[in-house]
Design a protein around this ligand. Structure first.
Ligand SMILES: Cc1ncc(COP(=O)(O)O)c(C=O)c1O
Length: 398
């Protein structure tokens, strides 16, 4: 398959003149998203009303869309379910992993992991009161910290701050040798990096769909369970959609078979329609081409920034194979710089305390965008334009 990024760029609804370097945080809408959502509302919801659950197969969406995501992450059919939020799917994965590995009491993660992942792990440990311990070490110490006393390896593949990428294959291999259960958070990799979860032999994976999968704000998350565990996993949140026969309304909970048992409640059908519109585009390109293109774009941005803005310190790994598709630069007044860039329609974001982040999704970012954004950044930095009070007023969302 030939990846035509000039074509995919045309399929996103980004305001003319805006360079959107924040698809790593919230992907932009596809041009077909609003049509697909409207058509779902007008043709299905409005005309078929509740009959749509059967006639439009809404009931199967968590699994059918899960199967589309399974392909993106190199997973087998019927091993991925879509729904809820990433935080919830993480909670489920952690509990299921704990149940599979009850003798050991340590959950290992790294100190750069997304705080919500760590809150959830600690919250689950506290709620279960089973003497588990959350151990966090520096990312570079993970390999040596995988020992036979650890129960679960729980990592985010690409660090949300620095963009540093763990070696999933290598770490999962060691974890397996040491008898650990592995959980990978793919929030910052799915849709832009080649992932082969099957080859890695990971036990669980979770992720969101509103970043590189461009599903829209609050679009449903996903959970992968390795097929070998499907008979044994337990769902901590036993809602009726995880029941084998939700419409029998039995008093006793009887889990569904396969990945369906990891469902909880009514799936978000409207949000899923927007996600499907984006998957239609992603499925026209080759993910390896995406990787190569995103490396070209990040390398170009680094080169330009190094030359024109020496005051910005790159904190992402220098080696492109050790990072994902976003870059982070340190600058004390990074927030003001990001606001100032927005005035010029270049959109990145800021992460406390001093990081400027820029994401490079080849589906809608090209070399010209990178050169133009670099030129504007350089102008802002050399003129000191960022140093206006107006750019220093912090909004809630940064
Ligand atoms: C790596 C990672 N994990 C977990 C989350 C939490 O996701 P959600 O808010 O969708 O539950 C995020 C959110 O950005 C994230 O980046």
């Amino acid at each position: 398959m030939r990846s035509d990024f000039a074509l995919t760029k045309q399929l996103f609804d980004i305001p003319d003149g805006t360079i959107y370097l924040d698809g790593n945080s919230l992907g932009p809408p596809t041009k077909t998203a609003s049509d697909q959502v409207s058509s779902l509302i007008e043709e299905k919801w409005a005309k078929l009303l509740i009959k749509s659950w059967n006639l439009d197969n809404w009931i199967d969406k968590p699994k059918s869309v899960g199967n589309r995501i399974a392909k993106v992450m190199g997973a087998k059919k019927n091993s991925v379910i879509v729904g809820d939020t990433l935080s919830i799917k993480t909670y489920q994965a952690l509990y299921a992993a704990i149940k599979l590995q009850p003798e050991r009491k340590i959950i290992l993660s790294d100190s750069g992991n997304f705080p919500s992942d760590l809150y959830i792990a600690q919250g689950l440990i506290d709620a279960l009161n089973l003497n588990y311990q959350l151990r966090t070490v520096k990312p570079e110490q993970i390999f040596e910290s995988i020992t036979s006393e650890v129960a679960i390896l729980f990592l985010t593949e690409v660090d949300f701050r620095t963009g540093r990428k763990h070696d999933m294959i290598k770490l999962t291999k060691k974890a397996k040798e040491m008898g650990l259960i592995t959980i990978w958070d793919l929030a910052h990799s799915i849709g832009v990096l080649p992932i082969n979860i099957d080859k890695a032999e990971a036990d669980f994976a979770v992720g969101c769909t509103y970043k590189y999968l461009n599903g829209g704000p609050g679009s449903p998350a996903f959970l992968y369970v390795a097929p070998k565990h499907l008979n044994n996993v337990d769902n901590i949140i036993k809602g009726w959609f995880g029941h084998t026969a939700p419409f029998s309304f039995n008093k006793a909970y009887q889990p569904a078979s396969g990945i369906n048992k990891m469902q909880i409640g009514t799936p978000p059908i409207i949000a899923t329609a927007a996600l499907e519109a984006s998957l239609d585009i992603l499925e026209t390109v080759n993910i390896q081409d995406m990787r190569e293109k995103s490396i070209e774009l990040t390398e170009l941005f680094i080169e330009e920034t190094k030359r024109n803005c020496p005051m910005l310190k790159l904190i992402s790994p220098i080696c492109p194979y050790q990072r994902g598709a976003h870059l982070a630069f340190e600058f004390k007044e990074g927030y003001a710089v990001i606001q100032s860039l927005m005035e010029h329609n270049v959109i990145g974001d800021f992460r406390y305390p001093n990081l400027m982040r820029f994401g490079f999704n080849p589906l809608f970012i090209c070399e010209n965008n990178v050169l133009e954004a670099s030129k504007i950044l350089s102008k802002i930095m050399t003129s000191g334009e960022w140093n206006k009070n107006i750019f220093k007023i912090k909004s809630f969302v940064t």
